[in-house]
Design a protein around this ligand. Structure first.
Ligand code: CTP
Length: 393
């Protein structure tokens, strides 16, 4: 499912084994409703045949500067004029060097030089080539030139080595690309997102927690950043990599989360409380590991602060958004929570269908209306939630 209007994407494929991922990317882009014009370098055609891209994109693939296949013989101008963005995927070390130096000795490099649209580059190469100072210098030059880099990942490479340089998977590149086109509807806003579970210690090795993975909160932090906001993410313990685009503060217990939220809340204009905060903590955390006893012990619990309600009760509260993971009567329970916490918007979901998963289905509930966001990837949903928040603002 796409979040953007159809775009005209010029997909440049250069020589590298990751060219096979570009075939999958072409399929995903077309499936998401985009128009894709593939341009291949000569080297790329040794890895994947143009017929593959032609079949997937539904258009003839352009490969040569002198074919005259663009009518007036100025293919580089025609093709780049007809594009909303150029994405080079995979971008070889050699092609990156050409871009950095403004060389134009084949069709793809010529139309990059002649472009009037943004350029994004997904590097793919052996780790030694990636680490080479010349490549790093060229990449730094591209960043300075305003080219978007879809950074490669670290991992096993086709050459048998392990390290940086492996191109991102096609599905991840699609998300990165669509992010570039997100409307900057939260520009100038300062957003705080809480995410993940909390962990309430019983003793030094045991605790009470829940199944929240943090995925929805991290997706919202990302979607808010994509929309132009300055983002602080306050996160309980999760297995996720901290998002590079938000300032992340890691906490463990509900009380730590509360302290971090209150310390950072002053300049915040939008507070999105996605964290599954434990309602109770253990009244007396044991200092030493508890030993097994003849009779089962009883844990005395004490209530945790309600962080969202506390933020909403501030004299000048930010725009507060709550989340409600319910197992039954979803919309009704969520509406009651929204009223109790005195917040303008609550996002409800069915806990069984959302917790820990990559996809979810949401209901946005405000004081007089509700809106269903059908099942989709959490990032796609997060973008829709952000758009809804900006409309409400
Ligand atoms: N929340 C919070 N602090 C808490 C408990 C919840 O900030 N101590 C926030 C959550 O981040 C979420 C919303 O309140 O945005 C709803 O949380 P939930 O736990 O579902 O609601 P409760 O009020 O705790 O209701 P219940 O557990 O009975 O379903």
């Amino acid at each position: 499912m796409t979040q953007i209007n159809s775009k005209r994407i010029l997909l440049g494929v250069t020589g590298g084994i990751a060219a096979y991922k570009a075939a999958e990317l072409t399929r995903l882009l077309v499936k998401a409703g985009h128009e894709v014009q593939v341009v291949m370098t000569e080297a790329a055609t040794h890895f994947v045949g143009p017929a593959t891209f032609q079949a997937l994109s539904g258009k003839p693939v352009l490969t040569r500067l002198w074919d005259g296949d663009a009518g007036n013989g100025m293919a580089h101008i025609e093709v780049s004029r007809a594009s909303d963005i150029i994405l080079i995927s995979p971008a070889s070390a050699n092609f990156i060097a050409k871009l950095a130096h403004g060389l134009a000795d084949d069709l793809l490099s010529t139309l990059c030089l002649a472009r009037a649209c943004p350029l994004a580059v997904a590097p793919a190469m052996n780790k030694q080539m990636w680490d080479n100072p010349a490549t790093q210098r060229n990449l730094a030059q591209l960043r300075l030139d305003g080219v978007t880099l879809f950074e490669p990942a670290s991992g096993a490479q086709a050459c048998g080595e392990v390290g940086m340089g492996r191109m991102q998977e096609a599905a991840a590149l699609l998300i990165e690309l669509e992010a570039l086109f997100q409307p900057k509807c939260l520009a100038g806003q300062r957003v705080m997102v809480t995410a993940g579970p909390t962990y309430e210690a019983i003793d030094p090795v045991r605790g009470i927690t829940n199944l929240s993975s943090g995925k929805m909160g991290y997706a919202l932090a990302r979607a808010a950043w994509e929309a132009g906001a300055d983002v602080v993410l306050i996160t309980g313990p999760t297995a996720l990599a901290l998002p590079p685009h938000a300032r992340a503060i890691q906490v463990s217990s509900a009380e730590e989360m509360q302290a971090a939220v209150m310390r950072e809340i002053e300049p915040i204009s939008i507070f999105i409380s996605v964290a599954a905060v434990a309602d109770y903590r253990v009244a007396q955390t044991a200092e030493q590991k508890l030993k097994k006893t003849e009779t089962a012990p009883t844990l005395l619990l004490t209530p945790n602060p309600d962080i969202l309600a506390q933020v909403a009760a501030r004299p000048k509260p930010p725009f507060c958004v709550g989340f409600a993971a319910e197992t039954e009567n979803i919309a009704a329970h969520a509406q009651t929570k929204r009223q109790h916490k005195n917040i303008p918007l609550i996002v409800a979901n069915r806990a069984q269908n959302a917790l820990g998963q990559d996809e979810s289905e949401l209901i946005l509930i405000d004081f007089n209306a509700s809106k269903l966001l059908p099942r989709a990837q959490k990032l796609v949903l997060a973008r829709q939630v952000i758009a809804h928040i900006s409309e409400m603002l």
